[in-house]
Structure formats: structure tokens, C-alpha cells
Design a protein around this ligand. Structure first.
Ligand code: HAM
Length: 432
């Protein structure tokens, strides 16, 4: 093959073997996401695939892996630095401010479904283009909103029939609490500095909280005795988290407090969470998010807080496969025209065009000359009715309609054919 897809990317194809599922599975998941957002009143926002690079540096954070290692950055023809979006929160904040949406009444509830780009070593569950369903809820800060998006996310997973999931939550406190904690963590880590992994050493000065996120064994060993953030939370942060936990309990949403969870993006404050699967290994995060108190302000916007999540569609599909959840392709043909002469081909083509406009999924077998072979193909595809038109039928101005399940057939005059077929489609559920 002369041309191959770049590494870490994939095609979503309608039929045939695909490592990330066929397109009807994607549509199924996207429809469930839209369905869930409809009842929680989140509205769709679509932002471009690329933005000015500065936007991501300012919001996601210079020291994060996403910015340091994973950004797809390029210069346009005028030498301006642009980047493919690695995530959805920063673009939504930019769009919110640029479109002056802060002038509209509160709350602001957005959702998006689309591709994100991160340059990382590809492996199962980790791609260079992945797709996220995400929401951003901008409003006055309140734990009710945090609970609402968790409720929405868990409801969405339930709509997909996913069960073996764990919701991990943590409080990383407000800015004041985090400052105290960072100081304590740094003085704890300082004597171990030379034993930390290279990545963690690099994070030590810029963002030592991220060291908690490290999956490296050497770091984890050192971190075993590290101070925990909970002990540094001020009263306001403690109360916030306590109220949120109790609301989650009332909603009957089970969760686990993971005191080392900080997440890899710098904009978070107070509440962070991640939903994980039972899969062994690293790529077991199905979705994650948290609150960001200062992001809008730091981008020059109003003093409003936000909370949101992103969940990866590829990982959802992999988890559905792991949990043996199968989805049927809903788009099977209902009718199949089998024309056996030149004139019949044209007639079938015109009838099919009419029926398709009435939303009846109609197929024509233009390349098959033998009725027997065509009928075999139609029954393999689980088609409900075949319409056979040969020389004889043309002479008699009629067609044969064959009920593929009952194996019965009848002759119908061509002038009545379209209305008879439409009636069969209307009665399709009765006929099973
Ligand atoms: P994130 O945790 O970086 O958060 O990504 C969200 C989800 O996207 C992950 O849980 C995972 O399912 C999926 N994902 C991330 N990277 C990849 C990859 N390379 N390949 C496949 N799937 C991937 C965010 O992006 C935040 N913007 C979420 C958020 C919204 N926080 C507040 N609002």
C-alpha cells in the first residue's frame, strides 16, 4: 500500500474489522451522550480543531505533559503558532469569552463531542487523535454543580450499560490550601530529589503537585510517606468537599476517595475526579474532570467558576467490548429490488428513489443477473421484502413482492407498487 494512515490514528468504517468499532457504535454512543445532555439541559458548542498555541499554554499549564510533550504545534503561512486542540476546556472558555456569553443569564452549560490531538506513544487506549464527549458548566461555584455533572456522566455510562466502573474523587483544595500543601510536599521531597524520576525532577519546581500523579515505581515508593493534601485543606475547602460527598451519597452514586489524585491539567482547583475501569495497566481512565475556579479569570474573563469532564469515546468502546456489550447495526435495508432486465433496472432505480424519500431503507442489486443468487444475498442481509422485476413482469406491468421471512410472494401491479411497499413499511413491526 502506497499511502498509510499516520501512526496513532484510525478510521471508523461502517462495516468490516475495525479496532475502534464500526460507525454505528460511534453513532449509538454519541446519540446517548446527546440524549443525556438534553435532559440535563447542556447545549452543544462546536469550536475549531486548532487554536492559537498560547491559549493552551495559558490554560492547561506550561509544565503539564500535554503542553510540554504532546502538543501538535505548527506555524501558519504568516509564522503564527497554532496548535491542534489537545482537549476541549480551553477552547470552550475562549469561545465563551469571545462571543460575550457572560452577558447572557447564568448558568452556561455546554457539551461537545469531537476529536482531540495528543502526540504520545500510541498503544491500546492511547491514540494521537482521540474523541471526547465533554461538558463544561460555568456558573457561581457550588458543589451542586459538581454533583450534577457527575450524575450526568454516571447516567451516560449507565445508558451504555457499563457497570464495572469506579468513580475516584479528591479535593485538591482552593488556591490557599494548595499553596500550603505544595510547600509541605516540596520540603518532604527535597531530600529525595536525586532519587525521583526525571519527569518528577522537572516538575519539582514548576508544579510539584503533579509528582503525585507519577506512575513511576521509584516515585511511588518515595510518595508512600508523603504528606496528604487533606491535612492542608482550609475550612472552606473541607466543607465544600464534605458537602459534595454527602450529596453524592444522597444521589446513591458510589465513589472512592483517592488522596493522590491530582490530574494532569493545571487549571483544576477544589474538586477533581476520574472514572476508571477494572482493566489492568495505565490506560484505564475512562473519563475525568474537575472544577476550575480561576481559569476564566486568568484568560481575562469574569470571576466565574466552572466544572466539567471529558470522556474518551475510543476507551468507552474498548470497555464495552471488554464487558461484552454488543450493539446491533440498526441500519439494515428493509427492501431490496432485484431487477432482471435493463428496463427493470431503470424502473427499480426510480421506485427506490421515491421510497428512500419516505425514509424506507432500500437497496437495489444492480450487478446481479440471477434471481436465485440475488435472493440468497437478500436473505443473508436480513432484508424484509424483495421486489423482483423481470421481462415477464415488465410485460404484465407488475412486480413480485417476496416476504423473505415467511417465504411467501405475491404479484402487484406496478402502478400500486409504491403504495403497497409503503404500507408494508408502516406495518413492519406488526409483521415480525
Ligand atoms: P483528560 O483526562 O486529559 O481531561 O481527558 C479526558 C479523557 O479523554 C480521558 O479520561 C480519556 O478517556 C480520554 N483520552 C485522553 N487522552 C487520550 C488519548 N491519548 N487516547 C485516547 N483517549 C484519551 C481533559 O481533557 C479535560 N479537558 C477534561 C475536563 C473537562 N476537565 C474539565 N472539563
Amino acid at each position: 500500500m502506497q499511502y498509510q494512515i499516520p501512526r496513532g490514528l484510525f478510521d471508523v468504517i461502517p462495516k468490516g474489522k475495525s479496532k475502534v468499532g464500526n460507525s454505528y457504535i460511534w453513532q449509538f454512543i454519541e446519540n446517548k451522550a446527546r440524549e443525556a445532555c438534553k435532559s440535563y439541559l447542556f447545549y452543544e458548542i462546536r469550536t475549531p480543531i486548532f487554536e492559537k498555541t498560547d491559549l493552551f499554554i495559558r490554560s492547561v499549564g506550561e509544565s503539564s505533559d500535554i503542553i510540554k510533550k504532546e502538543l501538535y504545534t505548527f506555524l501558519d503561512k504568516k509564522g503564527r503558532s497554532l496548535s491542534l486542540r489537545p482537549e476541549g476546556t480551553a477552547p470552550v472558555m475562549r469561545a465563551f469569552l469571545e462571543n460575550n456569553l457572560q452577558n447572557l443569564p447564568l448558568p452556561h452549560k455546554f457539551y461537545y463531542i469531537g476529536p482531540m490531538f495528543r502526540y504520545d506513544r500510541p498503544q491500546k487506549g492511547r491514540y494521537r487523535q482521540h474523541h471526547q464527549f465533554g461538558v463544561e458548566y460555568i456558573d457561581k461555584k457550588s458543589f451542586y454543580k459538581d454533583a450534577e455533572i457527575i450524575d450526568l456522566l454516571m447516567h451516560f455510562y449507565k445508558l451504555l450499560n457499563l457497570h464495572n466502573l469506579t468513580l475516584n474523587i479528591n479535593s485538591i483544595g482552593d488556591a490557599e490550601s494548595r499553596e500550603h500543601y505544595k510547600k509541605a510536599l516540596k520540603s518532604f521531597l527535597k531530600p529525595h530529589f536525586k532519587d525521583l524520576s526525571k519527569d518528577s525532577q522537572a516538575r519539582f519546581e514548576k508544579n510539584c503537585l503533579r509528582i503525585l500523579d507519577s506512575k513511576e515505581k521509584v516515585d511511588q515508593e518515595i510518595l508512600k510517606d508523603a504528606p496528604i493534601i487533606r491535612e492542608f485543606l482550609n475550612q472552606a475547602s473541607k466543607d465544600y468537599f464534605k458537602n459534595l460527598c454527602s450529596l453524592l451519597k444522597d444521589l446513591e452514586i458510589s465513589y472512592k476517595i483517592d488522596e493522590k489524585l491530582v490530574r494532569g491539567l493545571d487549571y483544576y482547583s477544589n474538586f477533581v475526579f476520574e472514572v476508571t475501569t477494572e482493566k489492568e495497566g495505565r490506560q484505564n481512565s475512562l473519563g475525568g474532570g474537575g472544577r476550575y475556579d480561576d481559569l476564566l479569570k486568568s484568560l481575562g474573563g469574569p470571576d466565574l467558576s466552572g466544572v466539567g469532564f471529558g470522556t474518551g469515546i475510543e476507551r468507552i468502546i474498548e470497555e464495552m467490548q471488554r464487558e461484552n456489550i454488543s450493539i446491533k447495526d440498526p441500519s439494515k435495508p428493509f427492501l431490496c429490488f432485484i431487477p432482471l432486465s435493463k428496463e427493470a433496472k431503470k424502473l427499480s432505480f426510480l421506485y427506490a428513489s421515491k421510497l428512500r424519500k419516505d425514509e424506507i431503507p432500500t437497496k437495489i442489486l444492480l450487478n446481479i443477473k440471477k434471481a436465485k443468487k440475488a435472493l440468497k444475498l437478500a436473505s443473508e442481509e436480513d432484508i424484509s421484502f424483495s421486489i423482483i422485476i423481470g421481462e415477464d413482469e415488465i410485460n404484465k406491468k407488475s412486480a413480485i413482492i417476496k416476504n423473505m421471512k415467511k417465504r411467501e410472494q405475491k404479484s402487484v401491479l406496478l402502478q400500486e407498487l409504491v403504495s403497497v411497499l409503503k404500507d408494508l413499511f408502516k406495518d413492519r413491526n406488526k409483521d415480525v
